[in-house]
Structure formats: structure tokens, C-alpha cells
Design a protein around this ligand. Structure first.
Ligand SMILES: Cc1cc2nc3c(=O)[nH]c(=O)nc-3n(C[C@H](O)[C@H](O)[C@H](O)COP(=O)(O)OP(=O)(O)OC[C@H]3O[C@@H](n4cnc5c(N)ncnc54)[C@H](O)[C@@H]3O)c2cc1C
Length: 387
């Protein structure tokens, strides 16, 4: 596919984040917005997401991103003319350790101040929500009834279609091979189909964010980690809907997907930045052991398949949103870990507002790209690693 010679903004990556940014930029009337996607829209790690959406985050900035995004998912069909499959199935965290519960209670106080409905419930109440659960080793559960899920493919394609309708160019099958700079400023990109001159380049490359950062001489601490998800054959013995239920002690999570049960061992594996993410089928055993411990009935279910994807994590588990400190004109929207899909509506809106108006419309300092070099990033936050 041919690429234009000039652009106002080049976005590298046509995942849910890049497409949301393109939609919001074009929606603000910015012309000549170009997205370069090396494969197809939404084919990156977005295609591996479980679709989970929660407001249970450890910081105010992230809770506000969630609430803003949930409001978009609620009226998505109205705004985009597409049913995103949004359902409020709730998120249920099963807690066995009193110290872990204390951490939840501290975070819940913040979440409640922001208007989130989240409660501690007793183990037998958790069992009333999901009768198949084993609860005798739990101290409590944390229940967010307004959390839910939607379809990552539907949402990404809706952003892309609308962005195109508003005049953005989304070029698929073309790879960005270099970022041109002069005098410490970005001047454009080189691609497998020619060069594009542009004053602003956005890195929205998901798990490839660090590699794309190096093209501009910027250090971007995004470390992709592999996670597996498996699904069973149809299993009516556990009727749906089932909240996205996470066993905090083991990291295992599950929910119902149509007639099947979707389950993950909650693994966090370093396999490098590879585009192809191989499955490790030996993970089935770990997933099944954790599953049967928490949901004994699952012993009768048969695993029908699975997939693995890379979660683009950062050292403190918060995304990186803002100008790269090393080079002018290079904007980062990366490091969304296990929550890039659910935060994509707010991310797109805030990034577009920042690029068009010259300053962020809210306090986004939590996501400041400079925090790592300054030593200001806190160590890994113990907030829920739910997806
Ligand atoms: C198993 C699993 C479960 C998950 N579950 C959830 C969940 O329940 N909820 C949730 O919110 N999130 C979930 N996530 C996380 C979510 O998938 C990501 O945070 C999100 O998809 C990131 O979107 P992105 O647009 O940044 O990345 P991507 O979708 O990877 O998009 C980046 C794009 O950049 C392209 N690209 C890279 N380099 C170049 C280049 N040089 N030139 C051109 N194009 C390039 C890639 O092809 C890719 O399409 C999950 C992730 C995994 C792996």
C-alpha cells in the first residue's frame, strides 16, 4: 500500500491504542493523520486481549481513565453504530491473605472517593455469585459489579472505521523501519514503502514500543511478558454469566465466554520482543491445577484450545503517556500492560487533546515518560493484575 509523503502526525501501530488516537485526532479536525501498521488493524496484542474492563485500579488517574472509558463503552453503539458486546459481568477478586485484603481496602477507599461501586464481601457471598467456587480457604472477596467486558476487535475496528471516515489514513502491511531526526527533533519516519515527513510521531507500537523507541534514540522501558489463555469445550455445568474471577493467591482467572469457560494461569513470562508469540502447551497443566483447586467442577471440563499474547508491561505497571524526554516531537502512548484495551477510549481522547491543544486536559503526571530516568517511578504496585 502506498504511503503519503507528508503527515501532520504519524502514529506507529494500528492496535486499539493507535486507532483510538487516530479517531480522536481526526475528530478534533486535525488533517493528514497517518497510522502505519505493519500487519493489519488490531492484529497485534490487541487480538489477544480477554476484553476485561474494570474500574478497580490503584491510582486516581487510572480510576478516572476507567470511568471515562466505561462511559464510552456504555454508549459505544450509539456513538459508533457497532455493538461492542459490552456486558457488565463484574470483577470478583478472591482473597486468601489478610495482608492482601488490607491493600484492597486501601485502594477501595480511593476508588469509592472516585465514585466506583466496589465492596468487600464474605466468602459465602462470593459463592452465591459463582456457586462452583471453593471458598473454604478465603478470607474475603472483593466485588466490583459495574466491571465487565467488551470485544477488542469490534472496538478497534470501530475506531479505525471512524478515523478513516473522518479523513485519517490507516496504512496496513507497511512497517516503520526508522525515525528521522534533525537537531534533536523528529522530522518523520522511513517505512518499507518510502519516507513520510512529519513534525510529530506517536509511538503506539504495543509490545514493540522499546524497539520503536530506539529508532528515535529514546529509552522506552516497555517489557513485553507472555500470558496464556485457554478455553474449554462447551461446559453448561457452570452456567453463565460468570464474573471475571481472579484467585489472588495463584493468579488464575476465569469467566464464561458463550458456552465455554475461558481461563488463564496468570503467567508472566519473559520471552523477548518477538512478533510471533509461541504457545507453551505445558502451561495447560499449570492452568488446570490452579483451576481445579479453585473450581473443582472444572475437573470434568476439557481444554479445547488456547492462545498466548504479550502484555506490554512497565517497571511500575503504569502506562507511559507523554513526550519522550530525549527527542522533541516524539510522543509515547505505550506500556499499557493488561489494561490497554479497556483504557483505549480515554487514552485516545487525552492524547489527542494534548497534541492538538498543546497541553494535557487532565493531570497525567502518573504516566510521565521521564519518571524512570529521574528515579521517580515507584516499584511495582501491588494493585490487581487482573487480566
Ligand atoms: C493474554 C492477554 C490478555 C489481556 N487481557 C486484557 C483485558 O482483559 N483487558 C485489557 O484492557 N487489556 C488486556 N490485555 C492487554 C491488551 O491486549 C494491551 O494492553 C493492548 O492491546 C495494547 O494495545 P496497543 O495498541 O498498545 O498494542 P498492539 O495491539 O500490539 O498494537 C501495536 C501495533 O503496532 C504494530 N507495530 C509494531 N511495530 C511496528 C512498526 N515498526 N511499524 C508498523 N507497525 C508496527 C503492531 O503490528 C501492532 O498491531 C491482554 C493482553 C494479553 C496478552
Amino acid at each position: 500500500m502506498s504511503v503519503p509523503r507528508t503527515a501532520s502526525v504519524v502514529i506507529i501501530g494500528g492496535g486499539v491504542v493507535g486507532c483510538s488516537i487516530a479517531y480522536h485526532l481526526a475528530g478534533r479536525g486535525l488533517r493528514d493523520v497517518v497510522v502505519i501498521e505493519r500487519e493489519a488493524v488490531g492484529s497485534g496484542t490487541t487480538s489477544k486481549a480477554a476484553g476485561g474492563i474494570r474500574a478497580q485500579f490503584p491510582t486516581e488517574a487510572e480510576v478516572r481513565f476507567s470511568l471515562e472509558s466505561i462511559a464510552v463503552f456504555e454508549r459505544f453503539e450509539e456513538e459508533f453504530g457497532v455493538d461492542p458486546g459490552y456486558k457488565k459481568i463484574g470483577y470478583l477478586f478472591l482473597v486468601s491473605d489478610p495482608a492482601d485484603l488490607k491493600g484492597f481496602e486501601e485502594r477501595m477507599a480511593l476508588q469509592r472517593r472516585c465514585g466506583v461501586d466496589v465492596r468487600v464481601i464474605a466468602p459465602d457471598e462470593a459463592q452465591r455469585l459463582v456457586p462452583a467456587l471453593r471458598v473454604d480457604d478465603l478470607v474475603a472477596a472483593v466485588w466490583g459489579p459495574d466491571d465487565g467486558l467488551a470485544g477488542p476487535a469490534e472496538v478497534t475496528n470501530a475506531f479505525a472505521r471512524r478515523a478513516r471516515g473522518l479523513g485519517a489514513r490507516i496504512v496496513e502491511g507497511v512497517t516503520v523501519t526508522g525515525i528521522a531526526t534533525a537537531g534533536g527533533r523528529v522530522t518523520g519516519v522511513t517505512t518499507t514503502n518510502g519516507a513520510i515527513a512529519a513534525p510529530i510521531v506517536v509511538n503506539a507500537a504495543g509490545p514493540a514500543a522499546a524497539r520503536v523507541g530506539r529508532m528515535a534514540g529514546a529509552e522506552v522501558p516497555v517489557h513485553p511478558r507472555r500470558r496464556h489463555i485457554f478455553y474449554t469445550e462447551p461446559f453448561p455445568e457452570i452456567p453463565g454469566p460468570v464474573p471475571l474471577t481472579t484467585d489472588r493467591a495463584s493468579g488464575f482467572y476465569f469467566r464464561k465466554e458463550m458456552e465455554q469457560v475461558l481461563l488463564s494461569p496468570g503467567d508472566v513470562q519473559d520471552i523477548g520482543e518477538d512478533v510471533e508469540v509461541p504457545m507453551d502447551w505445558s502451561m495447560v497443566e499449570e492452568a488446570v491445577t490452579k483451576a481445579v483447586h479453585r473450581v473443582p467442577l472444572l475437573e470434568q471440563a476439557k481444554i479445547a484450545g488456547g492462545w498466548a499474547g504479550l502484555r506490554p508491561l512497565t517497571p511500575d505497571d503504569h502506562a507511559i503517556i507523554g513526550w519522550a524526554p530525549e527527542v522533541e516531537g516524539f510522543f509515547l502512548a505505550v506500556g499499557f500492560g493488561g489494561h490497554g484495551f479497556q483504557h483505549s477510549p480515554a487514552t485516545g481522547r487525552h492524547v489527542a487533546a494534548w497534541l492538538v491543544e498543546g497541553k494535557p486536559a487532565a493531570d497525567l503526571s502518573l504516566f510521565d515518560p521521564g519518571r524512570f530516568a529521574r528515579g521517580a517511578a515507584k516499584a511495582h504496585d501491588e494493585g490487581p493484575d487482573a487480566e
